[in-house]
Design a binder for this molecule. Structure first.
Ligand code: SF4
Ligand code: SF4
Length: 93
């Protein structure tokens, strides 16, 4: 089993997106925290990231007999980083 699920997007697009800084209405800066993938060797399939994602980007799926989180709607990700914060196994890259 491939232990690390990389997002299927071109690296140059990911790098460009990661450099984005958004100026909020209150003058503060928002730096998106896009996840770079999920380490299946760490993921326990607890589903917490699925519950908290406001965009429905993550779902649970069985991979090689193990229930793990996978990205299903990456294009909807807003980079709030909640999935990375909530994961008790630090499985997000
Ligand atoms: S919160 Fe972490 S351990 Fe739980 S399903 Fe998501 S990636 Fe896996
Ligand atoms: S960064 Fe936010 S929108 Fe993107 S996958 Fe994680 S929780 Fe969902």
């Amino acid at each position: 089993m491939n232990q690390i699920c990389k997002l299927h997007i071109k690296q140059e697009i990911l790098d460009k997106v990661k450099r984005q800084v958004i100026l909020c209405q209150d003058g503060s800066l928002f730096i998106p925290q896009y996840p770079g993938g999920i380490d299946y060797s760490k993921c326990t399939g607890c589903g917490k990231c699925v519950e908290v994602c406001p965009q429905g980007c993550i779902k649970l799926e069985e991979v090689d007999g193990k229930l793990v989180a996978i990205f299903s709607n990456w294009e909807l990700c807003i980079g709030d980083g909640i999935c990375k914060i909530i994961c008790p196994e630090n499985a997000f890259l």
